[in-house]
Design a protein around this ligand. Structure first.
Ligand code: SF4
Length: 310
């Protein structure tokens, strides 16, 4: 595919030929998937009753220090996943719809945008009709977004930080802080309003990093000024260190309350905030298993499993 011959799908702008080389995302032109199935751990309107139909892609254009999906993202050299053709991926999409998925949820698909488009085209010809959720770190180039945007109903986008120092510490590149604002501005221009019941627009996620509360305050102020009338906010407070031996300070009740008060002061009232006492979400997926998540959260897709074990 032409887009893979000189890849500029993300801000790394590698401009390499991915048919015979890999860039920062560590993926060639063959699509690789780490897991597909129903997942009930997303924001409630995205999961619906039976779960969101997730496809987790292998590789990532970012290599965050504390990536929860490090087995598949390549953050520390691990690169787990199976190779699929575009028609395999289309079959998985159709299968997710047939087992009751509320939405199709494409997780970190930035570096496979051309293949995803092909697969969606194939699936739609076969009757696929789910709303499509683009679930990403927001580390896309505008060129990549222009390609995928016509296929997307809801952006489930991270805004990890607007601070260069926090981006350097947690995303391993200060460039994230430069790249995310143009992405949010571009999406806001294309999709100025969000309609969560019908999964249209943008749900912006922000995870509070330990010891970086000031960075979150700055993000909330910027969000209120520029995006609160266009995007819904999902504020996540449960940072889970992926390496058990790393000891991070937990957000205190006073700090949590300070976030609630600031959001009230700023008039941010459309969105979701993680319950500080909810320990059910403190886990890290294990993608080597057919079911990487705790059982109440997920069911694997049968077509994905048959492709994985063929
Ligand atoms: S997707 Fe990004 S990181 Fe991967 S090769 Fe293309 S420009 Fe580089």
């Amino acid at each position: 595919m032409d887009e893979y011959k000189c890849c500029r799908l993300c801000p790394n702008d590698c401009r390499i030929d991915r048919r015979n080389a890999t860039g920062v995302c560590r993926q060639g032109s063959d699509t690789r998937i780490a897991w597909a199935g129903l997942h009930r751990g997303e924001e409630p309107p995205v999961s619906g009753e039976k779960g969101s139909g997730m496809i987790f892609f292998t590789g990532c254009p970012l290599h965050c220090q504390f990536c929860q999906n490090r087995q598949i993202s390549g953050s520390d050299g691990e690169n787990y996943g199976i190779t699929v053709s575009d028609s395999d991926m289309a079959s998985i999409m159709l299968s997710l719809e047939s087992i009751g998925a509320h939405s199709l949820n494409l997780v970190t698909g930035t570096h496979f945008i051309p293949s995803i488009i092909n697969s969606l085209e194939i699936a739609r010809k076969e009757g696929f009709s789910l709303p499509v959720v683009w679930n990403s770190s927001g580390f896309e180039s505008i060129h990549g977004l222009e390609l995928i945007d016509p296929y997307i109903d809801l952006y489930l986008l991270d805004c990890k930080t607007l601070s260069h120092s926090t981006a350097k510490a947690f995303c391993r590149t200060p460039r994230y802080a430069d790249a995310i604002i143009p992405v949010m501005d571009w999406i806001k221009k294309r999709h100025p309003y969000t309609d969560i019941p019908h999964l249209k627009g943008t749900l912006l996620r922000h995870l509070v990093f330990p010891g970086e509360l000031e960075s979150t305050y700055d993000f909330l102020r910027y969000f209120a000024k520029h995006y609160k009338d266009s995007f819904f906010l999902s504020l996540m407070t449960q940072f889970v260190p992926p390496l058990g031996n790393v000891d991070f300070p937990k957000l205190t009740e006073d700090e949590y309350d300070s976030l609630v008060y600031l959001m009230e002061d700023l008039g941010i009232d459309d969105g979701f905030m993680q319950d500080q006492s909810d320990d059910d979400i403190l886990w890290i997926p294990d993608f080597r298993k057919d079911v990487p998540f705790p059982e109440p959260f997920s069911d694997p897709d049968p077509v994905f499993l048959s492709i994985k074990h063929r």
